[in-house]
Design a binder for this molecule. Structure first.
Ligand code: XMP
Ligand code: MG
Length: 172
């Protein structure tokens, strides 16, 4: 396995879209305060860039779910970190790297909804709609992509490639 020669999404393309998403969120939540919940580890880079461009007050917390093994999703979802923030009555934006089958994200949303936030929405950088098994609505989507395994900008293959500023596909 190696990286594609050309990125699927260049650093410039990603940064431009992150700015647009931050603008959209800032408009939608104007006059309110939000809680960003970044899904570790993949969304850490995306969330850091997104948060710096918001023009509404935002706090940051994390959730971590273990579900993904190698190239294929599956198996039960286990939470290895939960937010410390009390989400009751708060406006929560969950920040995810990628929506694939939807199983992990659906389980995360269910878990956070149990705290009765005032609102709970999902912001994903990447969406692979053709691979969806569990329906999940994302209020904010960076890019819809084909069902290919991607790495970079926080996304990993066996923990490698997260540092890359662009997103690449893995090829044989
Ligand atoms: P599900 O299938 O539950 O999976 O929506 C979501 C999680 O799976 C991981 N994932 C990927 N990670 N490149 C990655 O580096 C990919 O192409 C990819 N597709 C799914 C990711 O951790 C996500 O949170
Ligand atoms: Mg991963």
């Amino acid at each position: 396995m190696r990286l594609s020669d050309q990125p699927l999404l260049s650093a410039e393309t990603i940064q431009g879209r992150v700015t647009e998403l931050a603008d959209q969120i800032s408009r939608d939540y104007s006059g309110r305060e939000i809680v960003l919940i970044a899904v570790l580890k993949g969304a850490s880079i995306f969330c850091a860039d997104l948060m710096r461009r918001l023009r509404v007050p935002a706090t940051l917390d994390y959730i971590r779910a273990k579900s993904y093994r190698g190239l294929h999703s599956g198996g039960p979802i286990e939470f290895t970190m939960l937010p410390e923030t009390n989400l009751t009555g708060r406006n929560v934006v969950v920040v995810e790297d990628i929506l694939d089958t939807g199983k992990t994200t659906a389980a995360i949303l269910d878990m956070l909804d149990a705290d009765h936030p005032a609102s709970l929405v999902l912001c994903v950088l990447l969406d692979k709609p053709s691979h969806r098994v569990t329906p999940v609505h994302a209020a904010y989507v960076g890019f819809a992509i084909e069902d290919r395994f991607v790495v970079g900008y926080g996304l990993d293959f066996d923990e490698a490639h997260r540092h890359l500023p662009a997103i690449y596909t893995l090829v044989e």
